[in-house]
Design a protein around this ligand. Sequence first.
Ligand code: FEO
Length: 392
Amino acid sequence: MKQISKSIFYIGTDDVDLDLFESQYPVPEGMAYNSYLIKGGKIAVLDTADARKGEEWLANLAEALDGAKPDYLVVHHLEPDHSALISKVLELYPGLVVAASAKALQMLGQFFPGMDFGGRTLALKEGDVLDLDGCSLKFFAAPMVHWPEVMVSYEQESGTLFSADAFGKFGALSVSGFYGEEEDDWACEARRYYFNICGKYGQPVQNLLKKVSELDIKTIAALHGPILRKDLDQYFKLYDIWSKYQAEKPGVLVAYASIHGGTAKAAKLLGDMISAKGVRVKMMDVARMEVSEAVEDGFSYDKVILAASSYDGGLFPPMYNFLHHLQDKAWQKRRVGFIENGSWAPCAGRIMKDMVSSMRDMEIIEPIVTLKSVMRPEDKPALEALANEIIK
Ligand code: FEO
């Protein structure tokens, strides 16, 4: 069992067999459901785990308790990947009290219908301190990071921030390393996790960053991903960029979805034209890319070209799917140009433009470049003009 500080023990579990997190995100490196035990004079269990790992989690808890009885079950976040075992642990430990936000307590019964929580709850609010006799947890509301009931807490003696989903990442700890310090690219899977799970909630994340900026944080213990304790500024800086919807990387993303290659050829030529001007280009075949990865790249650049075929009187579905995901995640503050292709009635450009125009603070580059089936030499000046405009 891992010990994070004098009083804090790790009791979470790895899930390396999970195919899709939230039934939608591929997790080739598995997933960690982090959970902690704080042992002061009083004992608090911090969150539980996904039902898939029930037995293992209960065994970890029993080992860490070493015969002692817990006083509180702190629920930072009620989503079932962390809370599935609440009823089980309450049955096992009759003296245990659930400590959570009023909103979480209000929602609790929805997840455990028929369970009587009477006399076994403690409502927490912003600024409350749970005294564990020798250590203590101070609570901060973090609504919409990622659900409305979320709280984070700060263990005041060790300087540990229990950050709920914030600063989480895809990947089991057996792959990333427990402290993630062996890993050279925390940001890769943390970025994909952030934009797909919390991307819509930039302002709530900003609010949380502001609240915790006053704290002397020595360790970040999220509900997923490694425990972070080195160069913490790097993680706060990235979260600040991401939650402000700023571009993290310089350059232009050229995202294309091409049925028979004609659109791809024009997109690649446009990419070469932009590169020739000394600007970094990232090419992305939307039709062949897992959509959560594509969303991550969509948020990483602030200049984006969308190139797609027309299809069934509409937009080629892989591009529609990509844009629909970006729309859901509040994609904003981007400069966007378009290439459309259509053999008899090109309409992809109008649909992409309408979708992007409905988003916040978007700069649309006109005109849309229209191809008829394949690129011709006479299309090149329009592509060159688009290359000049996007990098402005
Ligand atoms: Fe990891 Fe929003 O649950």
